[in-house]
Design a protein around this ligand. Structure first.
Ligand code: ZN
Length: 342
């Protein structure tokens, strides 16, 4: 089958590959329909590695996917051929301690698409455990199905924040993850979401969702937050930029006793101001992917409580997948999510 392969840093090719995937009793075979391009995919393309994960041999990219079930294993009762599904890209060891404790995203043996040396899903078909495939409601498109992956990161962050009805949140960073976190915060009960970035067209998208945009090239974030919260600060801060400067000052806009959730991943280790945190008895959480979130994400899309359609800004066909990656590596400022359709 045809697959989009990262041969080495900076070298992509659409190749014919044989994956020899046999269908286990608990698996389904899926014809891939849509695959989103993630920041991590682009980073492997441009840098050949993320931290300790290094591309040493050719690897198929892509982990944000939706498709159609074409074959089911003999034990599978939850799905049938023809079902439209989105797929959770990380498969843990089902018998590990982490899985038993409900934190299967932290299982050291998790196998995650397009994380070296595991092949991703930007190819014609995949075999995947049925329990990690989720049926899409009729009113949820394949494109929205592919967006369930980043949306799940935002929902995991909101779950970790323990949002209470009426909380005011600040999201630092208005990329895909910042935007879906803002949407998840609103759906989760926040009365107001303030969101900061340096790129105005992305902030305009946030504003269209009813979030309060702050362009930090022209506005003072702490002043805006004070204004919006009667001087108190926000109950929660979702750090979704991974930016060193944003993290250095992250406790400033927080209210006393508030909570910071770290979502963005700095490329290098960055300093955190512990005394600034202590002065507010700030609580801190961090997020690594998600666990038990996909069904909730799909339900929120189906109910219309979250609408990710405006985030799909750029579409390519699979034959143009290399163009799509070159674009995603150097996108226009208005660009949020680039997707590839098979
Ligand atoms: Zn992703």
């Amino acid at each position: 089958m045809k697959a989009m392969v990262l041969k080495e840093k900076g070298k992509l090719a659409i190749l014919d590959m044989d994956f020899n995937e046999t269908l286990g009793a608990d698996d389904v075979r899926i014809k891939i329909h849509t695959v989103g391009i993630c920041g991590s995919d682009v980073h492997y393309y441009t840098h050949g590695k993320i931290g300790n994960f290094i591309v040493k041999e050719p690897m198929v990219l892509g982990h944000e996917a939706s498709g159609t079930v074409i074959e089911v294993g003999e034990n599978v009762k939850s799905l049938k051929a023809g079902d439209r599904v989105c797929m959770e890209p990380g498969i843990p060891d089902l018998h590990s301690r982490a899985t038993m404790e409900g934190i299967y995203n932290l299982d050291p043996d998790v196998v995650f698409w397009a994380t070296p040396p595991i092949h991703g899903c930007l190819r014609e078909t995949v075999v995947h455990p049925a329990m990690f495939c989720f049926k899409l409601p009729d009113n949820v498109s394949y494109a929205e199905g592919a967006l369930v992956e980043p949306l799940s990161v935002g929902l995991q962050a909101v779950k970790k924040a323990n949002v209470k009805p009426g909380d005011v949140a600040l999201v630092t960073g208005c990329g895909t993850i910042g935007l879906v976190t803002g949407l998840a915060a609103l759906a989760g009960g926040c009365s107001k979401v303030i969101i900061s970035d340096v790129i105005q067209p992305k902030l305009d998208i946030a504003a269209a969702y009813g979030m309060v945009p702050v362009n930090i090239t022209t506005q003072n974030l702490v002043d805006v937050v004070k204004n919006e919260t009667g001087g108190w600060g926000t109950d929660i801060i979702f750090e979704a930029s991974g930016n060193e400067k944003a993290i250095a000052n992250i406790f400033e806009p927080l209210c006393p006793g508030g909570k910071v959730v770290f979502i963005g991943m700095p490329v290098e280790p960055v300093p955190v101001d512990i005394v600034a945190a202590q002065a507010k008895e700030a609580r801190m959480e961090s997020v690594f992917r998600y666990a038990n979130i996909y069904p909730r994400a799909v339900a929120l899309l189906g109910s219309g409580k979250i609408n990710v359609k405006p985030l799909v800004t750029d579409k390519y066909k699979f034959v143009d997948a290399i163009k799509a990656y070159d674009y995603a590596a150097n996108p226009e400022p208005r660009s949020v999510k680039t997707i590839i359709e098979m």
